[in-house]
Structure formats: C-alpha cells, structure tokens
Design a binder for this molecule. Structure first.
Ligand code: SF4
Length: 215
C-alpha cells in the first residue's frame, strides 16, 4: 500500500480559487523544495507522519465532504500522491491540487482540478518556474500569482499578456500577500490595466486569525 507523509488533514472553507467559499477537506502533505519569502505554511516543511493512503482516504471520508484539496508544502514531491488521488477519485471526491509550478503538472490525473502557481520575483523563487507547464494547461485549470508589491504585479501582468494566459485557463488568480500589499491598490491596478483576471483574498485569513493553522 502506498504511503504519503502528511502534515495535517482538516475540514474548512476553501479560501482561494474559483471554489472559494465551498466546504473542503484539505490534505496537507509534508515537504517543499522552494522557500518563498512570504510562505505561510513553513510548518509543513518538516512536520508530519507517514500514513497509508487508505488511512488518508478514510480520514477524508469522515468529514462527509465531496471536495478535497491536496496541498502542501509541495504535494508533487511525493510519489504516493498519485495513488492517493486515484483512491479519492474512486471514492467519488472532486479532487483539487495546488502546486508551486516547479514540478511537472502533466503527470497529474486529468480529472483533477489543478491550481498552478507562477512564482513572482518577490517570492525569491521565480527562477524555479517550470515554464513548460504552460504547454500542459487545460481549460479547467487555474493559474495563481501571489503578489507582494507593484513590481510583482507588473511581472504578472506582462506574463499574462505575453502568454495569453487568461484565454488558456478557467481563471487567472491574483492574490496579494496578506499584510504586505493593500488589496485596494491591487484592485486599482487591475482595473486601470483592464486585465481579465480574478482578484482573490485568502478568505480563511479573514474568517479566522491570519496565523491560525488547520483552517
Ligand atoms: S511553494 Fe508553497 S509551501 Fe513551498 S515555500 Fe512556496 S509558498 Fe511555501
């Protein structure tokens, strides 16, 4: 039986993407090979326990919630994520995955909703973007840019225009780093440039404490 190293499994409200507001079970896998300057899940770099995928699926089932997101950390670092996805799909769940965009997304089961980051310069990790992933995008994928300042915004805007990203995915998500970039500034920039994107705030940080875990 395949195993994965799990940081936490919890039931919450999806705070991001076009699924924001929906009840969702989160499976957070341990480990990440990036170190984004604004990372809000550093506790997932090392903490976690090995679990058989059947145990993970049973825990997910216990919440009686159809929507599941596999996140991290970087979930694609663990080979066990693929049999876990297959098991969750077989049990009737709608499976989402959030990935940094550094790993190859083409290996993910085509039935999964993929939220793929493109790392902006302010993250300190933009050199790690796997640009070939853009060739594998599907119309139901979502692309996410996390922005820490105006420079990040302009970088994202130029990437969106250069690669025609808004026409290639379900949604291009622009998200300000919580506590660093004012949402009102980002809104003004998007409107001034007429970008076809979807601005998002991390809803869970407004419902609960911004530093709360397991929400
Ligand atoms: S990829 Fe995600 S988990 Fe990894 S350092 Fe960046 S924000 Fe944190």
């Amino acid at each position: 039986m395949a195993r994965v190293r799990v940081n936490e499994i919890f039931h919450s409200i999806q705070g991001e993407s076009t699924w924001a507001g929906s009840p969702c079970v989160f499976v957070r896998l341990t480990g990440c090979n990036l170190r984004c300057t604004w990372c809000d899940t550093e506790y997932a770099f090392y903490e976690g326990n090995q679990m058989e995928i059947a145990e993970v699926a049973a825990k997910v089932d216990s919440f009686n919630c159809g929507l599941v997101e596999i996140t991290g950390g970087e979930p694609l670092l663990q080979q066990g994520v693929h049999p876990l996805i297959a098991l969750l799909l077989a049990r009737g769940h709608h499976v989402m995955i959030e990935t940094s965009g550094e790993r190859d997304i083409s290996v993910i089961d085509a039935r999964v909703t993929r939220i793929v980051d493109l790392k902006c310069p302010g993250s300190g990790e933009s050199a790690r973007n796997r640009w070939s992933n853009l060739e594998h995008l599907r119309p139901d994928d979502e692309l996410k840019f996390v922005l820490s300042d105006r420079h990040d915004y302009e970088w994202a805007r130029d990437a969106i225009r250069t690669h025609g990203l808004s026409e290639r995915v379900k949604a291009v998500l622009l998200s300000p780093v919580f506590g660093k970039l004012e949402a009102s500034d980002l809104a003004a920039w998007i409107l001034a440039d007429g970008l076809s994107v979807r601005m998002q705030l991390q809803m869970h940080k407004h419902i609960w404490s911004p530093t709360a875990r397991g929400v």
